[in-house]
Write a protein that binds this ligand. Structure first.
Ligand SMILES: [Zn+2]
Ligand SMILES: [Zn+2]
Length: 300
């Protein structure tokens, strides 16, 4: 008979608990905040707002208006639903991912003390927030019209920047739409890293990275929750308690005319670290550009 340690059982329930958020949260996030509906209307009516790289299939490549891009996004969601919004696709990604993640955490739970586990998990939660901030910043400033960037990056940048025009749109997108790509592109490499660290005996680091692998890919979805009206008291409690990002905190990113602060979107706690770092890097970079006599561009 397989023995599952008490710590591992706790992590199993915690992981399943996070996944179960999906059902309630999909309902909760179904209604965008009223002011964001107004913003969306103004964007979809505004055909003069140009976006340079949009293609009906890939959403990059040809010129089109913001309205056309909005249509493309909705078509992209339909294509995603047809191809990936099914039990088989979710099981094929989440079952092996969850099994490996739980095995890694279980191994750590056996060798680490409860305090070490708690510190590692807390670290993973903060690292997830910092990771979302770095990814968000990268795609917010990346010039998607610049062909030197890979197409996938330009597409992601276009979608991130489109969110500034139509923030309420994300509340209509499913849990799987928000998380699938992040689990595959970020979660899997992080799990591999965690496995290597665990094999080398660095259990605290392994636990921290495994926690990040589980939590970080949920960032975009947690962010979408901050844009919706919430009927679910559990989500409101998580937001008020600072466990996930609160609407008021994330609104500061959208209220900033340049969208130049508050990039962290998991719980927002790491903005206090990331904002000064980004601000300093911007100032130093602008100084050197000016010093060299080069005009700062969009990505500055
Ligand atoms: Zn942004
Ligand atoms: Zn947002």
């Amino acid at each position: 008979m397989i023995y599952i340690s008490p710590k591992m059982r706790i992590f199993t329930f915690a992981f399943l608990g996070v996944l179960s958020l999906k059902h309630d949260a999909e309902l909760i996030a179904a209604e965008p905040i009223e002011s964001e509906i107004q913003e969306e209307r103004s964007v979809t009516k505004c055909s003069s707002q140009s976006t340079k790289f949009i293609d009906k299939d890939s959403m990059v490549g040809t010129s089109a208006s913001a309205k056309e891009f909005h249509i493309c996004v909705n078509e992209n969601i339909k294509i995603f639903e047809e191809n990936h919004e099914n039990f088989k696709d979710k099981a094929m990604v989440l079952a092996p991912f969850g099994t490996v993640a739980l095995a890694l955490l279980g191994k750590c739970a056996i060798s680490l003390s409860p305090l070490e586990m708690a510190v590692s998990i807390c670290g993973g939660w903060l690292l997830s927030d910092l990771g979302t901030g770095i990814v968000h910043f990268t795609f917010d400033v990346l010039d998607y019209t610049n062909l030197r960037w890979p197409e996938n990056m330009r597409k992601a940048a276009r979608i991130f920047q489109y969110h500034h025009d139509v923030p309420g749109q994300c509340t209509r997108e499913s849990f799987w739409y928000h998380t699938r790509g992040f689990y595959l592109n970020f979660g899997v490499p992080l799990l591999v890293t965690s496995g290597i660290l665990g094999a080398c005996g660095y259990d605290i680091a392994s636990c921290l990275i495994a926690t990040t692998a589980i939590l970080a890919p949920l960032g975009d979805y947690v962010h979408a929750l901050s844009h919706g009206k919430h009927r679910n008291s559990f989500v409101r409690l998580l937001q008020k308690g600072g466990l996930i990002i609160a609407p008021n905190h994330h609104r500061r990113h959208h209220k900033d005319p340049e969208h130049a602060t508050h990039y962290c979107i998991w719980n927002g706690h790491m903005n206090i670290v990331l904002d000064p770092v980004i601000s300093t890097c911007r100032s130093v970079y602008k100084f050197f550009r000016k010093w060299c006599g080069t005009k700062p561009n969009k990505e500055d």
